[in-house]
Design a protein around this ligand. Sequence first.
Ligand SMILES: [Zn+2]
Ligand SMILES: [Zn+2]
Length: 365
Amino acid sequence: MMDFICPYCFNKIKRESLIFECPDGHRKTATVMERLSGKVKCSQKGCGKVASKILCPNTMCNSQIPNDMLATPNLLFSIVGVSGSGKTNYITVMLEELSRTGGLKLALGYQNIETRNIHRKNCKLIYEDHKKPEATPSGGVPPQIWRIKNLNRQTKTNIQTYTFSIFDGAGEDHENLDLNSSQCRYIAVSEAIMIVIDPMILRSVKNSLNPAVYANSVSFVGDPADKNSGDVVNNISTYIKNISGIGVNQKINIPVAVIFSKMDALMDDFRNRPVSNSSPHEKEGCFLYSDCRAVDADIRSWLISNGESAFMNALEANFKEFTFFGVSSYGSVPKSADELYAVHPHRVLDPILWFFAKKNYIDSK
Ligand SMILES: [Zn+2]
Ligand SMILES: [Zn+2]
């Protein structure tokens, strides 16, 4: 079996070094035979209980590793975004909608209590209280670890199960970051990255929007002139290159979903265009690359016609593979700066379904 990445300390772990703990707190490593049989017995004299709790062997960590994670393929991805990009809202709504997909026949489950608690808290705020969640505090938020079962891939006795972990780092502007911080170390081991971009940072968007819509949608402080969109991409990629040890003249070779949040504010621009159509993947029961390409092309041409090609050039200069997505977490412009209407998410699953399709967690065509 392959090595895997501990979702808490982000170190590469060899399976034979995993620690097994019995209910009385005795710890041991397991023999190959024990691990294959799935039953590890405590070797403490007079105990002999089953040691079923599995811990990371890194002594600085020793976190409990969800059993499913060890038995299934795991996709580790991170979400980055400048402050105010709506990243936390987006993650919450995306996960909640993922648990409600009918057509894709996916069953979502959390892998630890922290994951459930963070998700429930933010869900209640958005779906019931109609409030925006607070920005992610710097440091200290554990990665969320989830499991999905694909009901389209089952036999009488088993069902294909996959896990994924997401790290929602604080929305720093990705300058002066500590390369030893959890966020940086997580990005260095990520297999895919979502960059959430608030379209309000584009000067052309600010200039074209009705001031009231702009005021209710915007959540960063200051003028967009201070947040040049090309600079944002350059900062994020310099930071990914630094932590991953990638040379300045090399492109980053991990798939990047560039997600424009708050598309609800731009619906006049996108009327009758692919982005404003509802997402077809769920109805189709699989990921449709044709739709994904149409949305990507749509957003690219919109950026060019708005004079925002510097932003695209910055992406192209740094990333080997990036695809544009347009989402609306709430489905409408917020009622006020901190109040929402009832939530009707738009296309929020497209980016994660793209990752799932690439990783063959779900079918695609
Ligand atoms: Zn660990
Ligand atoms: Zn024991």
